[in-house]
Write a protein that binds this ligand. Structure first.
Ligand code: UD1
Ligand code: UDP
Length: 404
């Protein structure tokens, strides 16, 4: 059986890691059982946006590197589409897996669907219901052209049902939860970022910004930067690993802007450093999808610098507050998080388990791929109890679907 994974952007290198480990484990006695081919589109290419994840997460080198690089959406997606098509014709996989919601995802999904190669979407069913987000378009297109939809949460299952996609959907749990549970210990052992930045545990906040709405929109970017400058203090320095998109915008459009000394801009960090930073931060302020979840899994209170979130469970679970770029809301959320005891005596892990699975999503993904290829695809919600939102814990429901 040949599985071909298409990745290209930072969060996808993290999402593929638990699946690589699950395949390795499953094929220990018989390595030829599953061949896993990895295609790297080259959407992210700086060493700190790509290589660092391959080495830290011990990913095998990609079998194909498309080297597409940056560019406007149409050109970047079009190049990926045409180059992926060539790879698929050469590699002839039994099934393709695409991850998340980037241009690499939609290009891989379309290229496979047009060649009638079965394609699975891992992290299917996410919706912000904001069609101005490029990611929302990517998700909708990917979900509608893919044959197998691997949903990380009950909410994602519900969204797929609303779009009449239940017959193709399987609940797996969230593979990023697997990653956090596995790599958190390694981060404790290996990360030296705390010493390197001389950080006091629970006395700093971690900040990331990269969404189009907060970077392409200069007003939003200016507002956020001025808020960060206002709130950074000796008692709460802000650690800001800056995404290349954001540093580019500041360089091109806001060259007069200066961070004050307690707003500490650093290069993007590796995954282990990021987990360490989240594990020890007083709070996170971010517009990243992945960071919202990781903060939640690690019990780090989060402020999401967006108007909506696809990961609504983090808000419902009491670990995340949506503020957009509203100064007043950001300050109010900070006050709320600063009132929590230190060191943390809270965690959100019960809520995480109820919504995101049990840290074995990769196993369920692999089962679903195998069942699909065996023509054993009885994943229709016809076999599932009625309304997924009312059925904790989610993984037991998945087992009932015949894929556990
Ligand atoms: C992309 C995804 C987004 C995801 C994010 C993860 C799309 C439409 N967006 O956004 O969903 O949340 O990745 O980080 O697919 N750049 C570099 N070096 C790199 C990569 C990018 O300098 O290694 C700069 C380039 O100036 C580039 C810009 O960042 O134009 C944006 O990169 P791009 O991959 O187009 O989008 P992201 O903002 O990274
Ligand atoms: N991340 C990282 N270093 C950084 C910023 C993010 O390792 O400097 C990780 C983060 O922990 C998460 C993933 O990258 O696992 C999220 O990527 P990003 O925020 O770029 O994209 P999104 O999740 O919003 O699509």
């Amino acid at each position: 059986m040949k599985i071909l994974s298409i990745v290209g952007a930072r969060p996808q290198f993290i999402k593929i890691a638990p699946l690589v480990r699950a395949i390795k484990k499953r094929t220990q006695s018989s390595p030829s059982l599953i061949k896993h081919v990895i295609v790297h589109t080259g959407q992210h290419y700086d060493p700190q946006m790509s290589d660092v994840f391959f080495s830290e997460l011990e990913l095998p080198q990609a079998d194909y590197g498309l080297g597409v690089g940056s560019g406007p959406h149409g050109r970047q997606t079009g190049l990926m589409l045409s180059m992926t098509e060539r790879v698929l014709l050469e590699a002839v996989p039994d099934i393709v897996v695409v991850y998340g919601d980037t241009n690499s995802t939609v290009a891989g999904a379309l290229a496979s669907a047009k060649l009638n190669i079965p394609v699975a979407h891992l992290e299917a069913g996410l919706r912000s219901f904001n069609r101005h987000m490029p990611e929302e378009i990517n998700r909708i297109v990917a979900d509608h052209v893919c044959d197998l939809l691997l949903a990380p949460t009950p909410t994602a299952m519900k969204n797929l049902k609303m779009e009449a996609l239940s017959p193709r959907s399987v609940f797996t749990g969230d593979i990023m939860y697997d990653a956090v549970l596995f790599y958190r210990e390694l981060a404790k052992q290996r990360s030296q970022i705390g010493e390197r930045l001389a950080l006091k545990p629970h006395r700093y906040a971690i900040v990331t910004v990269h969404r189009a709405e907060n970077t392409d929109d200069l007003n939003n970017l200016k507002t956020l930067l001025s808020i960060f400058n206002e709130i950074a203090s000796p008692d709460l320095p802000l650690i800001f690993p800056i995404h290349p998109r954001t540093s580019q915008r500041i360089h091109d459009e806001l060259s007069d802007w200066q961070p004050q000394p307690h707003l500490r801009l650093i290069e993007p960090v590796g995954y282990l450093d990021m987990l360490w930073l989240l594990d020890h931060a007083e709070m996170a302020l971010t517009d990243s999808g992945g960071l919202q979840k990781e903060a939640f899994f690690l019990g780090c209170p989060c402020i999401t610098l967006r108007e909506e979130t696809e990961w609504i469970e983090t808000v419902q679970g009491g670990g995340n507050i949506l503020t957009g770029t509203d100064r007043r809301k950001i300050r109010a959320a900070m006050t709320r998080w600063q009132a929590l005891p230190k060191p943390r005596d809270h965690n959100f892990s019960d809520a995480a388990t109820a919504s995101f699975g049990h840290g074995d999503a990769a196993e369920h993904v692999l089962d679903a791929l195998i069942h699909f290829l065996e023509g054993n695809d009885n994943t229709s919600t016809d076999t599932l109890p009625h309304d997924v939102m009312h059925l904790p814990p989610p993984l037991s429901r998945k087992r009932e679907s015949g894929c556990g």
